[in-house]
Ligand binder design. Structure first.
Ligand code: NAX
Length: 331
């Protein structure tokens, strides 16, 4: 039998945490033959609620779950973890300035970066979910210099899956027949959902999404805004933000990263830019990636038209601005 892997979930007493921990305990993230030990971190005021989640995990009697650590101590939470899913953060409340929210999250991610650097297992893989996801991941990367930058990522897989979902609804095909959409840039409303290279499987092989949808007007406007604004639409409908879809996409992100992407398929991940596609080096930017042997690589050589270029640059510009806002919070 395999040795258990330790998986940290921060903000585990929150909405996404509640949806995510049972998925991890059922093997959705790391596979049906991979035992796990869950490390759950939340802040002191949520300690009782967190303990309630731990009680439910015990009650669910998951065969793969070999242990649960529920704590408000960052060091205990990070000890020897192989995977860290960072869902905890400071939410933007009504009337708060962007800078105030940024400042709270910068200090959280700076502290948690140090704890991970000192206490996590070597080669720990980190996924930041909490918003502003790309910039929180950037801060984490800057303040955990001994963690390889390739190991620090942020979640844009939910946006990626939303794009596949919209195409599947439009074409009335199963979502698993649609692949190779791309989310470029920031996990924010400036993200660019791009289907110029996406395909739909049919009896006669894979066809370009653009050809099958045959409505450039819809693809270049409503499709893009629907994906960009989907989070807001969920809040409007549910009076709560996306949780089950975020949790499921976080599992997809880690599973593909650790176990590999299927041949001929890429996914979107927020990763540190190496300058590919002219995106400023060092930014955490969402790219199309394939994964093999536990490592992602950016898909190279895709043709970028003028429309795409402008949108890719606009979302990069927002990330540069967020970065300087984050740095201004450090002083
Ligand atoms: P909740 O407010 O339900 O849960 C957040 C939890 O984090 C709370 O239990 C809180 O006590 C905890 N927390 C706060 N500060 C902490 C700290 N310093 N250490 C540990 N825990 C801490 O929010 P939820 O709906 O679960 O969303 C979590 C985060 O995911 C938010 O930042 C949200 O904006 C972000 N999202 C990101 C998405 C993505 O695709 N990247 C999509 C979904 C989601 O909106």
């Amino acid at each position: 039998a395999k040795n258990p892997m330790r998986v940290l979930v921060t903000g585990a007493a929150g909405q996404i945490g509640y949806a995510l921990v049972p998925m991890i305990a059922r093997g959705v993230m790391l596979g049906p033959d991979q035992p796990v030990i869950l490390h759950m971190l939340d802040i002191e005021p949520a300690a009782e609620a967190l303990n309630g989640v731990k009680m439910e995990l015990v009650d669910a009697a998951f065969p793969l779950l070999k242990g649960v650590v529920a704590t408000s101590d960052v060091v205990e939470a990070c000890k020897d973890v192989n995977i860290a899913v960072m869902v905890g953060g400071f939410p933007r409340k009504e009337g708060m300035e962007r800078k105030d929210v940024m400042s709270k999250n910068v200090s959280i991610y700076k502290a948690q970066a140090s704890a991970l650097e000192k206490h996590a297992a070597p080669n720990c893989k980190v996924l930041v979910v909490a918003n502003p996801a790309n910039t929180n991941a950037l801060i984490l990367k800057e303040f955990a210099p001994s963690i390889p930058e390739k190991n620090i990522t942020c979640l844009t897989r939910l946006d990626h899956n939303r794009a596949l979902g919209q195409i599947s609804e439009r074409l009335k095909v199963h979502v698993s027949d649609v692949k190779n959409a791309i989310i470029w840039g920031n996990h924010s409303s400036t993200q660019y959902p791009d289907v110029n290279h996406a395909t739909v499987a049919s009896n006669s092989g894979e066809k370009p999404v653009r050809e099958i949808v045959a409505d450039d007007n819809w693809l270049n406007s409503e499709f893009i805004t629907t994906v960009q604004q989907r989070g807001a639409a969920i809040i409007k409908a549910r009076k709560l933000s996306s949780a089950l879809s975020a949790a499921s996409s976080a599992c997809d992100h880690i599973r593909d990263w650790v176990l590999g992407t299927p041949k001929g398929t890429w996914v979107s991940m927020g990763v540190h830019s190496d300058g590919s596609y002219g995106i400023q080096k060092g930014l955490i930017y969402s790219f199309p990636v394939t994964c093999e042997n536990g490592e992602w690589s950016i898909v190279q050589g895709l043709k970028i038209d003028e429309f795409s270029r402008a949108k890719m640059d606009a979302t990069a510009k927002e990330l540069v601005e967020e970065k300087s806002l984050a740095y201004s919070c450090l002083n």
